[in-house]
Design a protein around this ligand. Structure first.
Ligand SMILES: CC(C)(COP(=O)(O)OP(=O)(O)OC[C@H]1O[C@@H](n2cnc3c(N)ncnc32)[C@H](O)[C@@H]1OP(=O)(O)O)[C@@H](O)C(=O)NCCC(=O)NCCS
Length: 187
């Protein structure tokens, strides 16, 4: 199957929100659609209470804004002209990193160590188990290497399928991609 991975850029904002409009994810209740707005750059957090937005309409509106301003970052998987997958990856997201590292004993790194974090996946249900998330991870790692990152960090969910944290991706997938320890992908 021919899958093309594209970096999310501001001009793709409408296509991005459309993917979340039409793709079943999470518990698949319309009002809970997330638009992946939680995982974004620190500079978009202006104060208390904006970690999550209470209505779907507001999350959609904010997602458009965050993509257009570059604080929501990641990669889209296209099958033809249709988006079939998403991986949220960002380097500038300390609030989110702190929360996800709390599931692990992951130490803080010195400021000169450049880390790209993988936060979330959504693969369209009918397109799962076709290697799309793996291709997304491979592209994150390739670009991170090209951009001078020291490593990619993932917050692996070892209890895959048993918790509401499947969005972090299965350990087996990261193993295939060459993870070291529990959470580092080194290229
Ligand atoms: C988890 C998820 C990202 C995997 O994406 P994918 O494109 O299907 O993954 P891949 O095809 O690259 O799988 C790579 C490997 O990971 C493992 N894997 C993937 N999905 C798995 C599953 N459902 N159960 C067990 N292992 C799984 C397998 O080892 C697989 O290799 P194999 O197919 O050769 O056995 C995808 O199923 C998904 O998006 N799920 C929904 C996550 C979610 O809830 N997101 C919404 C957040 S609001």
């Amino acid at each position: 199957m021919n899958i093309e991975i594209r970096k999310l850029t501001p001009d793709l904002a409408e296509e991005y929100v459309h993917f979340f409009d039409v793709t079943p994810h999470d518990v698949n209740i319309d009002e809970y659609k997330c638009y992946c707005v939680t995982w974004r750059s620190d500079d978009s957090y202006t104060g208390n209470g904006d970690h999550w937005f209470p209505t779907r309409e507001e999350r959609r509106k904010r997602a458009l804004q965050f993509v257009k301003t570059g604080s929501l970052q990641g990669y889209l998987a296209y099958h033809g002209d249709q988006i079939v997958g998403w991986c949220n990856a960002n380097a500038n997201c300390q609030w989110c990193i702190k929360y996800l590292r709390s599931f692990w004993p992951i130490e803080d790194y010195p400021a000169n160590v450049k880390v790209k974090s993988i936060f979330c996946f959504v693969i369209a249900p009918e397109m799962q188990r076709k290697g799309i998330a793996t291709q997304l991870v491979e592209r994150v790692c390739k670009d991170a290497a090209d951009e001078g990152f020291d490593f990619v960090e993932a917050y692996v969910n070892k209890e895959f399928g048993e918790t509401d944290h499947d969005f972090r991706g299965p350990f087996a997938m990261y193993l295939k991609c060459g993870i070291e320890g529990n959470n580092r992908l080194i290229f």
